[in-house]
Design a protein around this ligand. Structure first.
Ligand code: GLA
Length: 730
């Protein structure tokens, strides 16, 4: 198959990348600089005419320039660097051996290939040779011999373009990379909003929309993980864009550590947006011949609002980021011991949960935190990955056998990156924890972080964990990470490399784990959704979305999460009431409907339930199983906004549009309520859909244009689910 979607026009030195609905264009200009020309809805032809040249005061010119009208301070660029007279944010800052910070990148060569590039040691979008093409453009600074290779992956069908960068020191002296961007997108004109997803522990991914104005807007994480506070995925939208209308661009960083996103409107109205590694605490030395691989950014554009943009990202992450046996498999419905028992359990408790699970139709029991070392609370034991047989009252092997004998699978919780000071591991290897000599480290949850940038540390933890996992049929692991990094110092690496190498260490560990246990499901977790990013999704096809299991709060958390991440990765469980995080009471029905917008499960002690509730749970499980495929693989639509509307509604529509599952939770009740109408989306125009419970038939256009009235009932947080199926015969 010939290369079709990356074209190079030799005469004009023009690169055009095409996806089904979008075009991306850049050119090498006569001076050798790589200028960005266009990203957006499909176009043809040369967009160079958009560039204008004027003599702009205080915007300098490259030395060899004869006119004063050419300045890199005003032109749109693909990978701007410090030192060229561009005073806006740089994608790259290189500190040369003499202490100067300057790098001028000019085009050297390029290659176009079938297939999608991959990145050594880092997660990246993958695709077959039929699905993707790769453009690699090499730029070079002729003075320092620093070479920058820009990678572009084009996935035509998915409307996805990925970017990544490899920086190579071709010079003889050591340089330091002070800042390394992954993708820069300059918008020559227009007014844009920035939509970001901020939050906190147990309340992740709230949504914020603000104007991109003059001055730099900077969003990122300094925590060593991508963080609960700011998700590394953002939308740049025209100011009139809505769910179903207008231009919007998504940028999702495929990385789980410190990041920085920047947006800046410059003096002439150009908007520069950039995703990359956080420059703080990052000083990455490169000797001659060494390289730095900058993680990937996934880009997509929608001309039809956020809904379509989300669909692109959902498909891309589900099909081209998530991997392993569980990528497309039905996920087990699980019962987790955490909110059922916290640290207070023994083997009998877990077997008891397993019996309950088997009775209710649940597939798996997960023994959460507390089974190892000395771990009856969160003050000790991390690092001692040895089963506490005294606490369990049996060996792990026996426990697993007893659990699986009930007919359910067994899963277990681990937190490999952490160490408690009160642990055998710490007593033996105090220097394995990240701490700065001569200073007391910052404690968080009374634990320290292991130096995962060191191979020796990783290897020992890996071996200890494998010894546990080899003790029986363990079908699932929940990989947790319950604090942010501080005290960045490593015995093996200079401090400026540690954050990055730590994340690579985590990836390496996860890769080894997945290779050794290919049929084990690994669920990511970081105090819930503190590392909920496309990087982790490459290793863990599902991630616990939040430590907040309150159904009403979850409506907002899952809404924010849905802008980039597919339902198949969203860990969501039904928990007890009053909810342990909020004290709120919601009906079992509502909790079930909300948890069904994710990988379904329970996080409670079934023994405490009455007969009616048990019967309801059995029904919930049947419902989920019926629609699991539709939920996991269907197209997901947000129908209302839980931050502003009285009810939250979302919809799953099957790819062939023959089936749809509508979910509604009423979050506000008032006396003598107004009726809300929920409009459906994505149905087959002209088709008649029958709602299965009522048997009523509706024309697709009626459901989409006028909507369905939401029933006015008294009581808090009522909810309903409707299943629509195309009526084959009228
Ligand atoms: C984190 C997780 C919880 C639970 C606890 C155990 O907070 O998000 O689900 O596993 O750790 O300590």
């Amino acid at each position: 198959m010939a290369i079709q979607n990356i074209r190079y026009d030799t005469e004009n030195q023009l690169f055009t990348l095409s996806t089904k609905n979008t075009s991306y264009q850049m050119k090498v200009d006569s001076r050798g600089f790589l200028l960005h020309l266009y990203y957006g809805a499909k176009i043809s032809g040369n967009m160079e005419y958009l560039l204008t040249y004027y003599d702009r005061g205080f915007s300098g010119n490259p030395y060899e320039e004869e006119t004063r009208t050419y300045s890199l301070d005003v032109l749109p660029q693909e990978y701007p660097t410090l030192g060229t007279g561009d005073y806006r944010s740089s994608a790259l800052i290189v500190r040369n051996a003499d202490g100067t910070e300057s790098c001028t990148l000019r085009y050297k060569e390029h290659t176009i290939q079938k297939g999608k590039y991959s990145l050594r040691g880092l997660p990246a979008v993958y695709a077959t040779n039929q699905e993707a093409e790769t453009l690699e453009i090499s730029l070079e600074d002729v003075v320092s011999k620093v070479e920058v290779r820009l990678f572009y992956g084009v996935l035509w069908e998915e409307d996805i373009i990925t970017r990544s960068v490899v920086i190579v020191n071709g010079g003889s002296e050591e340089i330091i990379i002070e800042k390394a961007g992954s993708a820069c997108v300059d918008f020559l004109y227009g007014n844009y909003d920035l939509i970001s997803f901020y939050g906190r522990h147990a309340m992740e991914r709230n949504i914020q929309r603000s104007k991109i104005l003059h001055g730099n807007t900077v969003i990122g994480s300094r925590r060593g993980a991508s963080s609960h506070q700011y998700n590394p995925a953002l939308i740049i939208a025209s100011s009139d864009a809505t769910e179903d209308f207008g231009s919007c661009y998504g940028m999702a960083f495929v990385y789980s550590g410190n990041f920085q996103f920047e947006a800046e409107k410059d003096q002439f109205g150009l908007t520069r947006t950039m995703m990359g590694l956080l420059p703080e605490q990052f000083h990455y030395p490169l000797k001659h011949g060494e390289e730095l691989i900058v993680p990937e950014t996934i880009l997509s554009y929608s001309a039809a609002g956020f809904s379509f943009l989300s669909e692109h990202f959902h498909r891309c992450i589900r099909n081209h980021v998530c991997r392993g046996e569980y990528q497309h498999q039905v996920r087990p419905i699980l019962l987790n011991s955490w909110e059922a028992a916290y640290f207070d359990f023994n083997g009998e408790t877990i077997v008891g949960l397993a019996k309950e699970a088997a009775e209710l139709g649940i597939d798996m029991v997960v023994m959460d935190d507390g089974w190892f070392g000395k771990r009856d609370d969160d003050n000790s034991g991390l690092g001692d990955w040895e089963v506490n047989e005294k606490k369990l009252g049996c060996t792990l092997k026996d426990l697993i056998r007893r659990v699986t004998d009930t007919g359910v699978k067994f899963g277990i919780w681990i937190e490999p990156e952490m160490i408690s000071e009160d642990s055998e591991l710490y007593r033996t290897h105090p220097d394995w924890a990240l701490q700065i000599p001569g200073r007391k480290p910052v404690r968080s949850r009374n634990q320290l972080v292991l130096d995962f940038s060191r191979e020796e540390v990783r290897n020992e933890v890996f071996d200890a964990i494998c010894k546990v996992l080899d003790q029986g049929e363990i079908s699932y692991v929940k990989w947790d990470m319950n604090r942010s990094l501080a005290d960045i110092f490593s015995k093996e690496h200079v401090a400026g490399k540690v954050h990055y190498l730590y994340v690579l260490g985590v990836y390496e560990f996860l890769e080894r784990l997945a290779l050794r246990y290919p049929s084990m499901l690994i669920e990511g977790c970081c105090g819930g959704g503190g590392r909920f990013d496309a990087g982790m999704m490459y290793y863990t096809p599902q991630i616990w979305c939040s430590d907040n299991t309150d159904a009403v709060d979850r409506l907002r958390i899952q809404y924010g999460t849905s802008f980039f991440y597919p339902i198949s990765v969203v860990g969501s469980h039904v928990s007890a009431i009053p909810n342990h995080q909020t004290g709120r009471k919601t009906s079992l029905k509502t909790r079930g409907i909300v948890a069904m917008a994710g990988t379904f499960g329970y996080e409670l002690d079934p023994k405490l339930l009455g007969e009616e509730e048990r019967a309801e749970i059995k029904e919930q499980i049947k419902t989920y199983r019926n629609y699991e495929d539709l939920i996991r693989n269907g197209i997901y639509y947000r129908l209302t906004d839980p931050f502003t509307d009285d009810c939250t509604a979302w919809l799953f529509v099957s790819k062939d549009k023959k089936q749809a599952l509508l979910n509604i939770v009423v979050t506000e009740v008032h006396g003598n309520m107004e009726v809300s109408f929920v409009k459906l989306k994505g149905l087959q125009k002209g088709a008649v859909y029958r709602e299965l419970t009522s048997g009523k038939a509706y024309v697709a256009e009626a459901l989409m244009e006028a909507g369905l009235p939401v029933s006015v009932e008294t009581g808090e947080y009522n909810s309903c689910q409707f299943v629509f199926a195309v009526q084959e015969k009228l």
